[in-house]
Design a protein around this ligand. Sequence first.
Ligand code: ATP
Length: 205
Amino acid sequence: MPSKLSRVALFGGTFDPPHRGHVAIARAAADRFALDTVLFAPAGRQPLKPEGCSTDYAERLEMTRLVCAEDARFAVSELDAPRKDGQPNYTVRTLEMLAEEMPGAAIFSIAGADSFRSLGHWREPQRLLELADWIVISRPGFLLAEPDGLALTPEQRARVHLLDAVHEDVSATGLRTRLAHGESCDELLTPSVAAFIAEHGLYRS
Ligand code: ATP
């Protein structure tokens, strides 16, 4: 774990699979905000994705581990591992756990513009805005905007940082569709993840 006064960002997602867009996002955020660590935390059960994932948590964790080898500032985190009580993983709890684990650290949370727009529907949005500085990444097709239905105070707005530096038009949904049709997506994946998907026969229809 990084030292006490470090700058650390939680990067939550389903990572089903992790792709080059994720790598570009984490790099741009780490560069711009001088982050020591970006913690990629695959979600066990995402409350806003009731349809679930195409792969199991262990596979997503392993693919995320492979992606984290791309940059010395990246680390994989099991903070969002499936809960023993079967409850969904809420980001508010994950950020609280991170703050407990790293007292004194500057804590950031990274989200794409699409995810951040929905923040008002997440559990305890006000607390979420207190627990971390938010790095919101531009995403093709989505405006960098305030969360739907939430009026941010000037203090909250000062802790939301828009990062219009990533223009990778890649989504895991699009990747899964292409992979199910037997198309190669190697240009959108790291070689390590592409090899893992091929070896384990993932996402085939
Ligand atoms: P899916 O298509 O399955 O919803 P995804 O590609 O959006 O997946 P997630 O694992 O849900 O990937 O993404 C984790 C985070 O990364 C989310 O906050 C999402 O908004 C963001 N993200 C993913 N791809 C991009 C992209 N191309 N540009 C900006 N943000 C992105």
